[in-house]
Every structure is written in structure tokens, then in C-alpha cells.
Design a protein around this ligand. Structure first.
Ligand code: UDP
Length: 482
């Protein structure tokens, strides 16, 4: 690779929810802003390399996707280790590989861009005199919590964690206890608390922070992140809202689910999916099945075996009833929903589905990628948050943006009953032309505007690319002077 263009190295942590937006960021930097891009991917195992998502996209500038050899961390974890801690260990173990790969490059790359779990790698950027950026694949509101986190004093922590009062974030909307992050809920995992403090500091000290949001979606929070009176005090570099960075809808191959969708009336189907990792309990899975059936609406449901079922993870091997219904779904379910429901095991082509004209609603776990995919397609939601920052996303969708309905109880801690599920589906599906649909279509327009040339997110990435060019010129001048 020549060093005529600035070269950005991106690092993606394990999980589709990180890999997908990092690749989209890489594509935009290469396609619209003339950067050379290398993406190093850390994964739990090598299977991701087989995924069609791993194919390097066609871009005018080279975009290299490199899977770092997966490291066995089994000796470092046990069954009680949280997913976040496991992710951090995997990232830490991958650092020597990343360092060696950068060191072996003929020309020194200009910038390192890491996601939330890769912030320890920013030390490598310093070592090689590269610009260091953090990329937050979630909201600016979540970024605000992350950078404020190291400064939360004991009293404020006690009020939130123990007394369950809202957590104040300077210049931003407070977070209700019911919507808070996992790490405030589990008082035993101090490790997580300490790790998140380090992450908050490392993100704050980066040369710049990219966020998968856009200016008009979160103006208040983005203002607080830049303003010295609020979080601008602790954030060293600029904050660049660069989203929504979502996979384009490319209808690739023929699939049963898309063929089925083609046959459904316009805006008649609700899509039900809980992301790449979300899994429900046995009882909740059954209530959801009944709720969808009771709603009388058409649906596509991406089903995973429930977490407290003791059958193997292989969906097709579970005991089936006479009509093929897996044992954890109500008996006869498949027969009764045959004409208006489609059940997809494990994984569905989500971006294609959400872009389809037959889709009218999305019953979602509110992972930020899924949320953005819903917004860019103008689809209102049933917000069903399960873990991480998804409660915050759900609160923003339902209460601030008013594009989603939410259950009264939290689906991660209590069982939501079938009648309530049916009612929420009806509210989303039967409100054609009403306020929620109008509002989400408005967000869709504003997202498009942010991304086109001259839009706020486009301009953010132009600024990042300018910084990289300046850095490259400085490095070249130094090399000539040496
Ligand atoms: N996804 C998909 N098919 C599925 C489940 C998920 O294509 O059956 C994609 C989805 O489109 C999104 C990503 O996987 O881009 C999930 O990311 P998100 O942030 O929504 O949730 P996470 O999986 O990180 O909890």
C-alpha cells in the first residue's frame, strides 16, 4: 500500500453489533473520503471469516479486512465471567497481534480507530505516532455516560445504584434507574466497574470520538459533549457524529423469507428479532408466540432456542410436535399461524427485511444497529430491550423520539404477558399515518440528509480525513527532514 493517501487502521471487537458498523465506517472513509483502510477483526472463533459479511466490499480505495487469529481465553475465564469482561480479555489478548501487524506494515498508518472494547489498543497508536480515535457504535447519550463515568462520585453512585434515583449526566437527559446500564444493576461485578472507568478515560483522551448518530438526532447531548460547561470539560478531542452507519440493503440471493414477504400486502408485517445475541426465557418465548398469534397480524419471527431450555443450541434438533413446532413454542403454533406467520431459525437478512414494502413494524431488542436500521427504513418499533445500553435506547425511542411503544414491565427481568404483547403489536401496526409513523419517516429523512455530501455526518468524516491528511503531511515532512 502506498502512503500517498492517509491510511486508517480500524479495530473491531467480537460481535456482529461491533463488526458491522466498523466495516460501514471503513467503507465510508474509503469511498467518500479517499482514505486507505485496513480493518482488523477480533472474533471469538474463525467462523466469521466464512460469513458473507466478511467479504471485502468493493470500494475505490483498498479496504483490507484482516481476521486476527482467534486467541483461546478459556484459561482466563469461567462461567461467572460477564460477556463484557470476556470481550475485554479477548481484545487484550489480541493486542500483541495487532501491534505486530502494524509494525510489519511498510508505511506507518496515519490513524487507529477502535470501538468501545478496543481502547487499550490506543497505546499502540501512541507508540507508532498515529492519531487515535474512538468509535462509539451506539448513541451520543451512551458516549456521554461513558465519559462521565470516571467522575461519578460515591454519593451520586449510591443515589442511583442503591436508592434507584435518576443518574444525572451534565447537560444531558438523566437516566432513570429502570433504564440504566447493566453495570449499575449488578453490584457484585466490581471488575466491570473498574474496566468501564478505564474505558471512559481512554475514550475521553482520544484525539477524536466518532459516534454512530447524527447531529439532528441528538442535538442536546452532542452540544453537552462539546461544551466546556458540561462534558466538553473532560473530552479532549472533538466529537464527530458520523452516522447512521448501517449496512445498505442489498438484496443478494433468493431466500424463503424474502419470497414470503413479496407475497404479503404493503405495510402488513411486523418483523420480530432480538439481534445477534438476544435470547428469551422459555416462558417469555411462549408468551411471545401467543401474543403474536393473538394480535392477528402477519409477522416474521427470528427464533432462537430459549436460554433456560436444556436442549442443544441447534434449533432444528429440538423435539418437535406433530406439525414441526419446537417444544418451547405452544403446541400447534405452526399450524395455526401458517397463513400469516413466518418463523426463521437463528438468523435472517434483517436489512433486506426492514427495507421491504410489506414491513410495517419492528419488534426489537433495541440494539443500536437494529434501531438505526429501523429508522433509516422509516419503521416504528415495539421496544423490547434486553441487555447492555438497550434500556437507554428504548427510553430514547419511546419517550424522546416517540417512534416506539414499550412494555410496562422490563422484559429482561419480568415476563411480559401475551395480552400486552398483542396490544403493543396492534398499536404499532394499526396506526398507519398517525404520529409515530410520521415521526419515524421524519427521522428517515433527517438521517439521509446527514449522510449526503454537505450533510452533518458527511462533514464530520471530512474533518477526520482532513486531520489524517495533515498528520500524514507532518509525518512525511519529518521523514524528509530526518
Ligand atoms: N442481524 C441480522 N440478522 C439477524 C440478527 C441480527 O442481520 O437475524 C444484524 C442486524 O441487522 C444488526 C446486527 O446484526 O446489524 C445486530 O446488531 P445490534 O446492534 O442490533 O444488536 P446486537 O446483536 O449487537 O445485540
Amino acid at each position: 500500500m502506498k502512503n500517498a493517501n492517509p491510511h486508517a487502521v480500524l479495530l473491531a471487537s467480537p460481535g456482529m453489533g461491533h463488526f458491522i458498523p466498523v466495516v460501514e465506517l471503513g467503507k465510508r472513509l474509503a469511498t467518500h473520503h479517499g482514505l486507505d483502510v485496513t480493518i482488523f477483526v477480533v472474533a471469538a472463533d474463525a467462523s466469521i471469516a466464512e460469513s458473507p459479511l466478511f467479504k471485502p466490499p468493493r470500494t475505490p480505495n483498498p479496504l483490507n479486512l484482516v481476521l486476527l487469529p482467534p486467541v483461546d481465553i478459556s484459561a482466563l475465564v469461567d462461567s461467572s465471567t460477564s460477556v463484557v469482561t470476556q470481550l475485554l480479555i479477548m481484545m487484550r489478548e489480541a493486542l500483541p497481534l495487532l501491534r505486530a501487524a502494524i509494525s510489519a506494515m511498510k508505511y506507518r498508518p496515519t490513524a487507529l480507530i477502535v470501538d468501545l472494547f478496543g481502547t487499550e489498543a490506543l497505546a499502540i497508536a501512541e507508540e507508532f505516532d498515529m492519531l487515535k480515535y474512538a468509535f462509539i457504535t451506539s448513541t451520543a447519550w451512551f458516549l456521554a455516560v461513558a465519559v462521565h463515568f470516571p467522575y461519578i462520585d460515591e454519593e451520586a453512585e449510591h443515589k442511583h445504584r442503591v436508592l434507584k434515583r435518576p443518574l444525572d449526566i451534565p447537560g444531558c437527559r438523566s437516566i432513570r434507574y429502570e433504564d440504566t446500564l447493566d453495570l449499575f444493576l449488578d453490584p457484585t461485578d466490581r471488575n466491570l466497574y473498574v474496566n468501564f472507568t478505564h474505558i471512559g478515560m481512554e475514550v475521553s483522551n482520544a484525539d477524536g470520538i466518532l459516534v454512530n448518530t447524527w447531529q439532528d438526532l441528538e442535538p442536546l447531548t452532542l452540544h453537552a459533549l462539546e461544551n466546556e460547561k458540561f462534558l466538553g470539560r473532560v473530552v479532549k478531542g472533538s466529537v464527530y457524529p458520523a452516522g447512521p452507519l448501517v449496512r445498505p440493503n442489498e438484496r443478494s440471493s433468493k431466500s424463503e423469507v424474502m419470497d414470503w414477504l413479496d407475497m404479503q400486502p404493503m405495510e402488513s408485517v411486523i418483523y420480530v428479532s432480538f439481534g445477534s445475541g438476544g435470547t428469551l426465557s422459555v416462558k417469555q418465548t411462549s408468551e411471545l408466540a401467543w401474543g403474536l398469534e393473538l394480535s392477528q397480524h402477519r409477522f416474521i419471527w427470528v427464533v432462537r432456542p430459549p436460554v433456560d431450555d436444556d436442549v442443544s443450541a441447534n434449533f432444528f434438533n429440538v423435539t418437535n410436535s406433530h406439525d414441526g413446532t419446537p417444544s418451547y413454542l405452544p403446541d400447534g403454533f405452526f399450524t395455526r399461524i401458517r397463513n400469516r406467520g413466518m418463523v426463521v431459525p437463528m438468523w435472517a437478512p434483517q436489512t433486506e427485511i426492514l427495507a421491504h414494502q410489506s414491513i410495517a413494524g419492528f419488534f426489537s431488542h433495541c440494539g443500536w444497529n437494529s434501531t438505526l436500521e429501523s429508522m433509516v427504513n422509516g419503521v416504528p418499533m415495539v421496544a423490547w430491550p434486553l441487555y447492555a445500553e438497550q434500556q437507554m435506547n428504548a427510553a430514547m425511542l419511546a419517550e424522546e423520539l416517540e417512534v416506539a411503544v414499550r412494555p410496562k414491565l422490563q422484559p429482561n427481568t419480568s415476563v411480559v404477558e401475551r395480552e400486552e404483547i398483542a396490544e403493543m403489536v396492534r398499536r404499532v401496526m394499526e396506526l398507519k399515518g398517525n404520529a409515530m409513523r410520521e415521526k419515524v419517516k421524519e427521522l428517515q429523512r433527517s438521517a439521509n440528509q446527514a449522510l449526503v455530501q454537505g450533510g452533518s455526518s458527511y462533514n464530520s468524516l471530512s474533518k477526520v480525513s482532513k486531520e489524517c491528511e495533515l498528520k500524514l503531511r507532518r509525518l512525511s515532512a519529518m521523514a524528509l527532514g530526518a
